[in-house]
Design a protein around this ligand. Structure first.
Ligand SMILES: Nc1ncnc2c1ncn2[C@@H]1O[C@H](COP(=O)(O)OP(=O)(O)O)[C@@H](O)[C@H]1O
Ligand SMILES: [Mg+2]
Length: 260
């Protein structure tokens, strides 16, 4: 069984509208999966449901992480197991600096991994790790002392998401359109962050509308996601087909009376 395994997963909104309509997906460490789909197809809803966002209910099917039922776990427990989501729209946390946010996130993971005993990262080790990661990701040092995402540009928010990911070292990283709106330099940094992380310990699910990021992070598997379902799967070449032909070929004809 794969580390992250989704079986016939269905997700509905609070009003009962079904958005994700039966997804099967298996992601293991060492693998990069791309989930590509048009806007409104349900990509973010799938990501939110995996992280335990209360507005996205898993109504049918299974989501297993290391064989454990994710649905039974809270968002914090999912993170402690090693599931990480880089959000499409990261929230600002005024009053909490990037440094203190990262340190407390890291310490809560360490505590969980130590079986519930406090195991705070030594300050000097933390600083060294953080500054090293910031340097690799070309994040200006002054950002560390600013309030998380408060007044950050789009590119800065995405870089800080990648910084979090680099420091927390998840086992499965889900990146929800971390590439959208980025200039080429920021895009390369995001790609570098993913490539550095993926290896024997970590796998990634890169959710994207565009093929662009996949020129910099080569996926092992591409899943085309339309209207809540995976409609085609293949290797990296599928991303190029999509880039050339668009999603139209995969978009179901609207039936009589359906929206255009
Ligand atoms: N919290 C929400 N409340 C109402 N509608 C939502 C909510 N989240 C998603 N939707 C709707 O679900 C559909 C899929 O959205 P989303 O998962 O964001 O797609 P994608 O990320 O592929 O663009 C859209 O029609 C969107 O408007
Ligand atoms: Mg989205």
């Amino acid at each position: 069984m794969a580390l992250l395994e989704l079986k016939n997963l269905h997700v509905a909104l609070e009003d009962g509208t079904e958005i994700v309509k039966g997804v099967d997906l298996a992601v293991d460490p060492g693998e990069i999966h791309a989930l590509m789909g048009p806007n409104g197809s349900g990509k973010s809803s799938l990501a939110y449901a995996l992280m335990g966002h209360p507005a996205y209910e898993i109504t049918e099917g299974e989501a297993l992480f290391d064989g454990r039922d994710l649905i039974a776990l809270g968002a914090d427990e999912r993170a402690q197991l090693g599931l990480f989501l880089a959000f499409q729209y990261p929230h600002a946390i005024p009053g909490v600096t990037v440094t203190s946010f990262l340190r407390s996130a890291l310490n809560s993971l360490r505590k969980a991994r130590a079986g519930g005993d406090e195991d705070p990262v030594p300050i000097s080790e933390f600083r060294k790790d953080m500054l090293g990661a910031m340097e690799r990701l070309k994040i200006p040092r002054e950002l560390a002392q600013r309030y998380l995402n408060d007044g950050f540009s789009g590119g800065e928010k995405k870089r800080v998401e990648i910084l979090q990911m680099a420091m927390l070292r998840p086992r499965i990283a889900v990146l929800d359109e971390t590439d959208s709106g980025l200039d080429i330099d920021a895009l390369k940094i995001v790609a570098k962050g993913v490539k550095e992380l993926v290896g024997p310990e970590t796998g990634a699910l890169v959710i994207t509308h565009y093929q662009r990021i996949l020129n910099h992070v080569k996926p092992d598997f591409v899943h085309v996601f339309v209207d809540g379902r995976i409609v085609q799967e293949g290797g990296p070449e599928l991303a190029h087909t999509l880039e050339a032909d668009g999603y139209e070929a995969f978009t179901p004809e609207p039936v009589g009376g359906g929206e255009a």
